[in-house]
Design a protein around this ligand. Structure first.
Ligand code: SAM
Length: 238
């Protein structure tokens, strides 16, 4: 992929600006998720990408490297705490990996930046939602991402182990023109069963749509298949 990314996943540590070693997991995106981003972006020639929640910049590096490898494309990252909580380590990693020209960072809350991008007439082909994980914030992130996203584009939700994230997905799949893209993953059956059981135990009576609780990974990839053409009073319970 790129040498720095490979080293971080091999050693499970990264360095801050003083050379201190930090374990970025479990905050950071797992390797198999990063490889799914790469495949999606490169196979579908996705040029304009955006992510909410950068932290140590591992997902950011996967996405920027995917643009670098295909020779075009650019990425926007939004994270209000990049220089404070994360001590700019994400930006430092992007620089170390030689990917700075692929990235534009907005150091502010997603609910501030996304309306600004919309007002500027920005369009995107891919978004990764991994910022605040509360139900209402995630739904607001999706609301704006959907307005920026072209039909045929993709939006990926992280942490579907969380009931609030799954609830947002149920709303989308019942009410909006999106479909799940199931990724081929060589994840073991043991891990799959563990993940499904955890999601089940959290809320046995949950109304699952489209088998979200059975997805093999901790992400859900959705493809936008139509514009929002609902009548003004449309509502399907979810
Ligand atoms: C799980 S971490 C992101 C990990 C990163 N995507 C990766 O895979 O390496 C969540 C990030 O969301 C950021 N965050 C929290 N609330 C946010 C908000 N309202 N808007 C944008 N980012 C937010 C946090 O600062 C944190 O960096």
């Amino acid at each position: 992929m790129n040498q720095l990314l490979d080293k971080i996943y091999e050693t499970k540590v990264l360095e801050d600006s003083q050379g201190n070693l930090i374990n970025p997991f479990p905050t950071a995106t797992p390797y198999d998720t990063g490889m799914i981003f790469k495949e999606l972006i490169q196979k579908n020639h996705l040029e304009r990408t955006l992510e909410i929640g950068m932290a140590y910049g591992l997902s950011t590096m996967f996405i920027c490297q995917s643009h670098h490898d295909k020779g075009s494309g650019s990425h926007i990252a939004i994270d209000p705490f990049q220089s404070t909580m994360w001590k700019s380590i994400g930006m430092l990693n992007i620089k170390r990996a030689g990917l700075s020209e692929k990235l534009q960072l907005f150091e502010a809350f997603s609910y501030e930046v996304l309306p600004q991008l919309l007002a500027e007439g920005k369009k995107i082909d891919f978004a990764f939602i991994d910022g605040s994980h509360q139900f209402d914030y995630t739904l607001v992130d999706f609301f704006y991402v959907d307005k920026l996203l072209e039909v045929g584009g993709y939006v990926v939700f992280d942490d579907i182990w969380m009931p609030g994230i799954r609830k947002v997905l149920y709303f989308i799949l019942k009410n909006r023109g999106y479909e799940i893209v199931v990724n081929h993953s060589d994840i073991s059956w043991k891990k799959r069963v563990e993940r499904t059981a955890r999601r089940w135990i959290q809320n046995p009576l949950e109304r699952d749509h489209n088998g979200i609780r059975f997805l093999p990974l901790n992400i859900c990839v959705l493809k936008k298949i139509s514009e929002d053409n609902r009548p003004w009073d449309f509502y399907r319970s979810f």
